[in-house]
Design a protein around this ligand. Structure first.
Ligand code: ADP
Ligand code: ZN
Length: 702
């Protein structure tokens, strides 16, 4: 088997033109009967790595996967692409199992998904021995390792695979495995000289953005309202918060619901199902939500609170944009959250508290970063990134520095004069000259720096003080009720006038408003409108078939349809994600929707690519004669014939044969090799020019 055939299968079954980085190398390793370890981020495209060998090689590929909920989804996805697949787990009854065994024996199943519990039974071994297994894929392979974060004891019994099937290639796949876990996977599975494939963990289609945690609700409402109908997740720290937020969103007319571990399992499944089926677009959830959800069209993820560490954050935002289409993320950051998380870690009294605090520090540094955020993330995962990403808030809106020495002196002096015994919000109130009771009681209104910073808002001050902490002039005394204190470096600023550079708050805020000001071009409007129509169509079809909408076509595929507006089957097949089975099953309805849209647009006076052919086509299909179409459209007869010839060429159902006689066709055929003009002359101008062209088109395509 070779890669040319693999690529052909990729197009035929999945509708994709090219492999992503590493995929072809991984597939080639299987063709060469080698064991392999595949490390790729969520959404990276791991499944293709075993699915293509499965469909191109003789026999069956056995996939061991711990996520029972996902098996059904994956099998449905494969079937909708015309691939014979089945799953075996505890949810099936004996009859169903028998039927699958039968199909297996008959060689009718290319991919068999099985739970680890089932895989380690004697029955299953017997079954495997009686069929031809071309590859064994172990998904979520980190579950084998006690080092990993999701240890599953059944996985450790999978050693038997290599012993029983020494000549069958083994592929272990995972999205999370540090060095020790990787080694553990290879050893425990007794893999033979495994080839290691470690893909980049970067997900360039996911945008990154951090905003100060102020007016979060209003900002979230704006955010969602500017993205109608998109699916998204809002992660909150507390269960209560998920409920409150969801209520608030509903009151604003946004369809949202909540999810947390305190709910009954049936309620949780319902929420998941509704989300997957695009019935409820927005879920306010604790981090309990998302595991085992394969929905590829999650378009955005918001963190209402700061996550505990970068690993968690990256995993959560990674649930967005698995289809490779553009996806947005937004993180709200505040010191208050840092303090809460710190307290939680400290009160847990865990032995690894120090590690957890260090991880929280990293998270905080990310949120406060003034350089490309993706660089920080990649760096954290020990990956080097050349250049800046261009898809984070810092890249899009580089910070503007200004001389903040006086601001710094005001803040530091206030800290000094209050004997380093106030926290951030009190300090800001003093600087801004607040008259609140506590300030007056403690006589803070009498100190020299009271009210000297009234020209800056509370938000400005918060940002300045955060920056001074980052710069190492101020620190938080966690052991003293989070009061602010000065560091040794502060002295140089206070007493020696050392210059301090700060970043303008406005440049941080303009990140917030930038989006709104963007004007939508006409082209974009058309794209959005058509996308929405196609999305609706997808939803209806999915409902009828009882499968999630993204299994019909991904958002990325619909977007490409909306952008390129294919009007023929041939054009549709060129779109990434449209394979042969999907073309057969859904091609006609989607084409019809696109054609209707184009015609409607051009009737509204818009010029849309390809519209003129379609308008003619529509009239033709209504049964109008060429003369009538000429009348209707006020175009020349030759033009209408050329449209019909074009449509015929593109494989549309146009009977051009009715426009010429057999005799004319014969005449043209005898001169076939000449140009139309030469034929016209050779036939003494007896046969009209447009008829000659029609005959030539016909002859070319039959
Ligand atoms: P993972 O299992 O690594 O999380 P998946 O295998 O589910 O990721 O793939 C994520 C998405 O990317 C799927 O929608 C899949 O169809 C798509 N995909 C995979 N390979 C390609 C490719 N070569 N070209 C285009 N899309 C691809
Ligand atoms: Zn960047």
């Amino acid at each position: 088997m070779n890669l040319t055939e693999a690529k052909k299968a990729l197009k035929t079954f999945f509708g994709y033109d090219d492999f992503r980085p590493q995929q072809s190398e991984i597939i080639d390793a299987v063709y060469q009967q080698k064991d392999s370890l595949v490390l790729m981020p969520t959404g990276g495209g791991k499944s293709i790595c075993f699915q293509i060998p499965a469909v191109t090689l003789k026999g069956t590929c056995v996939v061991i996967s711990p996520l029972i909920a996902l098996m059904k989804d994956q099998v449905e996805g494969l079937r909708s692409n015309g691939i014979q697949a089945a799953y075996m787990n505890s949810t099936l009854d004996t009859m169903e199992l028998r039927a699958i065994e039968n199909d297996l024996m008959l060689g009718k199943i290319k991919l068999l998904y099985v739970s680890p519990e089932k895989a380690v039974t004697q029955d299953f071994l017997t079954l495997m021995k009686s069929i031809e297994v071309n590859l064994i894929a172990i998904d979520e392979a980190h579950c084998i390792s006690a080092w990993g974060h999701d240890f599953r004891p059944e996985y450790t019994q999978l050693k038997f695979l290599k012993k029983q099937f020494p000549n069958t290639p083994l592929m272990a796949l995972t999205a999370t495995a540090d060095r020790l876990t990787r080694k553990d996977i290879e050893e425990q599975l007794t893999m033979q000289n495994p080839q290691r494939f470690i893909a980049s963990f970067d997900r360039p289609n996911i945008s990154l953005k951090v905003l100060p945690a102020q007016k979060r609700r209003e900002q979230i409402i704006d955010f969602i309202q500017s993205r109608p109908n998109q699916s998204g997740i809002i992660y909150c720290l507390s269960r209560k918060n998920t409920e409150n937020l969801s209520t608030k969103l509903n009151a604003e007319g946004i369809r949202a619901t909540y999810y947390h571990a305190g709910m009954s399992s049936s309620m949780r499944s319902k929420v998941q199902e509704d989300f997957i089926n695009d019935k409820v677009p927005v879920i306010c959830a604790t981090i309990a939500f998302g595991m085992g959800i394969d929905k590829s069209n999650v378009r955005w993820v918001i963190h209402y609170n700061l996550p505990k560490n970068i690993e968690g954050y990256y995993q959560e935002i990674g649930r967005a944009g698995r289809d490779g289409a553009k996806a947005d993320t937004l993180l709200f950051y505040s010191y208050a959250d840092v303090n809460i998380l710190r307290d939680i870690i400290n009160s847990n009294d865990a032995e690894n508290a120090e590690i957890q605090l260090a991880k929280l520090d990293n998270m905080q540094q990310y949120a406060e970063s003034l350089i490309c955020r993706r660089k920080i993330l990649m760096n954290y995962f020990s990956e080097n990134m050349e250049g800046d990403c261009g898809n984070c808030d810092i890249c899009k809106n580089p910070p503007q520095f200004f001389d903040g020495t006086i601001i710094a002196q005001k803040a530091m002096s206030a800290i000094f004069r209050t004997q380093q015994s106030v926290g951030m919000s009190m300090l800001i109130d003093i600087l801004r000259g607040s008259k609140r009771k506590e300030i007056l009681q403690k006589n803070y209104d009498k100190i020299k720096t009271y009210g000297v910073g009234a020209e800056y808002s509370q938000m400005d001050w918060q940002s300045f003080i955060q920056q001074l902490i980052q710069l190492g002039y101020i620190e938080i005394a966690y052991e003293r009720y989070h009061c602010l204190q000065l560091t040794a470096a502060a002295k140089e600023v206070l007493f020696q006038n050392k210059k301090v550079e700060l970043v303008k708050m406005t440049s941080i805020l303009s990140r917030r408003t930038a989006k709104k000001e963007k004007k939508v071009t006409k082209r974009e409007r058309i794209r959005n409108e058509l996308f929405e129509e196609l999305r609706q169509l997808r939803k209806q079809l999915a409902q009828k078939k009882g499968i999630p909408p993204y299994l019909i076509f991904s958002d990325a595929t619909l977007e490409e349809m909306a952008a390129t507006q294919p009007t023929t089957s041939e054009d549709l097949l060129n779109i990434s994600g449209v394979g042969e089975k999907k073309l057969r099953d859904f091609g006609k309805v989607f084409l019809k929707q696109i054609q209707n849209y184009i015609v409607q647009q051009s009737q509204n006076g818009s010029r849309v690519k390809g519209a003129t052919y379609l308008v003619t086509y529509n009239l033709y299909k209504k049964g109008l004669s060429v003369e009538e179409i000429v009348q209707e459209r006020n175009l020349h007869e030759t033009t209408i014939y050329s449209h019909l010839a074009y449509l015929f060429e593109k494989g549309e159902d146009v009977n051009i044969k009715q426009y010429f006689s057999n005799q004319e066709l014969d005449l043209v055929q005898t001169h076939k090799h000449k140009s139309p003009k030469e034929i016209y002359e050779s036939l003494n101008e007896d046969v009209p020019y447009h008829i000659i062209r029609l005959c030539l088109t016909y002859l070319d395509h039959v």
